[in-house]
Ligand binder design. Structure first.
Ligand code: MAN
Length: 558
């Protein structure tokens, strides 16, 4: 068994073993997590972290830059691209650009422990981490409180957005159902219109190719036959009347001149019969014979069932003549024939009106080209087609809307169209969320389009960035564009969650603008924020980024 003194001697003689307990020594400006990279190799050398060079370990932090990546000078300002790490005990660690190391200026915003100056100017920058750390923690608590408040507001926005989405979905469903019926209706109306147009085209063709004269001739012949029939009727009536008058005269003479004393029973019976008959007759009984001929007339009218078509094709003067003639004939016709004639007349009249040959006083024809029927059919079809176009546009809009990116939880749907405005210097900036951005001159009100919303981006800190692009072309520069960095804000307590505050607008590059906007929509789920925060603090502080993702001045980017 070895003696304790030997063990101690061995421990002291073996650096590897001796270093198991105390942390490995690390050069100034190196974080704990990288300490192992700054151990001298057994041959006493150091290899640049980018593996580009191996130098004697004694040249680490010798205020002379050897490594192209600046890794040999973590604690001096020798390398332009070097980074100095300050531990900041009691606060979060920080990284400082090496150019600011040992420059006689206390960079408390990054190195609250003053370690960046201590080795050159001892005591110049006393450690203020306790005080700065406390303030930072208080600020962090306040941020958490605001975040929790903002998150609650944001949840309202999410609910509103979900409601809006559901409305769009419902409208889409309704429009889809309506368009199916509308397409069916449109097809029927199209068929109807085509049939009417085809029918009218046939008529027009017949009329156009001399058919009109033939049709008119046919109608004239028919009317002539009606006239003949009426004349025969009149002649028959007249003959009958003449005969009746003669017979009545004979009987009257007999009744006046006979001698009752002659006891001629035959004569007496004739006289009595005539006297009784004459008393019973009130009006001339001239209907019987005429009604027999009326049957003949009806046969004539029914003979051709295309009377409507015939008249339809006639020129108006001839139609009127025919109608007037029929009208006059009515005076001579018995009731059943009259009724038949009237109903035929009305049918014909309706047909004439329908085809636009004569106008209907109630609804005049709407088109000079179309007949009334065709115009009505065309208008119904146009209306149905328009309905389909409207529904189709509605469906497209709804589908596009549903496919649109509205960010996490679709929350931005509730904010689309919300306007935020801010006056910065000589301009007023107007931002319409998810739509467009404008810059207006406060002097002459001229406006420059700064772009239309194109997409969401994620900022370095995980925050949301709204990108507006393709604005007005900049003279000698790009199209104007804006990046809107969204931060968490509690809202104005009005309960809508839509209040957004513009914190600032800058133009870091010509015609490329950046805007900071704060509102509940930028807040994160409190539990997630906790995890994120702990995660950062639990490390060596290497991941420190600005909370807002804004263009940070005075702090180095990692
Ligand atoms: C206008 C504004 C400015 C912009 C210049 C570029 O004055 O839009 O913001 O820098 O045009 O010419």
């Amino acid at each position: 068994m070895r003696s304790p003194s030997l063990v101690l001697a061995l421990l002291l003689a073996t650096p590897a073993l001796a270093s198991t307990n105390p942390p490995p020594p690390r050069p100034r400006g190196v974080p704990k997590s990288k300490a192992s990279l700054y151990l001298p190799s057994p041959d006493g050398s150091f290899t640049c972290l980018d593996n580009s060079k191996t130098i004697p370990f004694s040249r680490v932090n010798d205020d002379y830059c050897d490594c192209p990546d600046g890794s040999d000078e973590p604690g001096t300002s020798a390398c332009e691209n070097g980074k100095f790490h300050c531990m900041n005990r009691g606060h979060v660690p920080g990284w400082l650009s090496s150019s600011r190391v040992g420059d006689g200026i206390c960079d408390y915003d990054v190195c609250c422990d003053g370690s960046d100056e201590e080795w050159v100017f001892p005591g110049l920058c006393p450690d203020r981490c306790a005080e700065i750390g406390k303030a930072a923690r208080e600020a962090e608590r306040e941020k958490r409180r605001i975040n929790a408040e903002g998150w609650a507001e944001r949840e309202k926005l999410v609910a509103e957005a979900a409601q809006k989405r559901a409305e769009v979905e419902q409208k889409l469903e309704e429009a889809r159902a309506k368009i199916t019926a509308a397409r069916h209706r449109e097809a029927l109306l199209k068929q109807n219109l085509d049939e009417i147009l085809a029918h009218e085209a046939t008529i027009a063709k017949r009329l156009g190719s001399g058919g009109a004269a033939a049709v008119a001739q046919k109608a004239r012949e028919k009317i002539a036959r009606y006239q003949n029939a009426i004349q025969s009727l009149r002649a028959a009536i007249s003959t009958q009347r003449e005969r009746t008058e003669i017979l009545e005269g004979i009987l009257d003479d007999l009744a006046k001149g006979y001698n009752p004393n002659n006891q001629d029973m035959a004569v007496k019976a004739a006289v009595v019969g005539w006297t009784e008959l004459k008393a019973a007759l009130v009006a001339p009984a001239d209907n019987t014979d005429v009604s027999m001929n009326a049957a003949e007339i009806r046969d004539l009218l029914e003979e051709e069932d295309d009377l409507g078509d015939v008249i339809e094709l006639l020129d108006m003067r001839e139609v009127e003549e025919a109608v007037n003639l029929l009208w006059k004939i009515r005076a001579y016709l018995p009731d059943p024939v009259n009724q038949y004639l009237m109903s035929t007349y009305n049918t014909v009249k309706e047909q004439l009106q329908q085809y636009g040959i004569i106008s209907s006083p109630a609804s005049p024809s709407t088109s000079s080209q179309d007949s009334k029927t065709a115009a009505e059919a065309r208008s119904a079809h146009t209306k149905a087609s328009q309905e389909i176009r409207d529904l189709s546009a509605q469906i497209d809009r709804a589908q596009k809307d549903l496919e649109e990116d509205f960010g996490q939880d679709g929350v931005w749907r509730a904010l689309k169209g919300v306007k935020v405005e801010v006056v910065v210097g000589e301009y007023t900036y107007e931002l319409i969320l998810l739509e467009k951005a404008t810059q207006r001159s406060n002097r002459d009100s001229t406006r420059s389009n700064l772009g239309s919303f194109s997409r969401f981006e994620t900022a370095n800190n995980g925050g949301i960035v709204l990108v507006y692009e393709r604005g007005a072309k900049c003279w000698n520069g790009p199209d104007r564009s804006v990046k809107v960095y969204i931060e968490c804000g509690a809202g104005a307590g009005t309960g809508t969650g839509k209040e957004m505050e513009v914190l600032g607008v800058v133009e870091p590059e010509k015609c490329e603008y950046a805007m900071r906007v704060r509102g509940p929509v930028g807040c994160v789920k409190p539990s997630e924020r906790e995890v994120g925060r702990k995660g950062r603090e639990g490390t060596d502080g290497e991941g420190e980024v600005d909370e807002s993702g804004w263009l940070v001045s005075g702090r180095d980017e990692l």
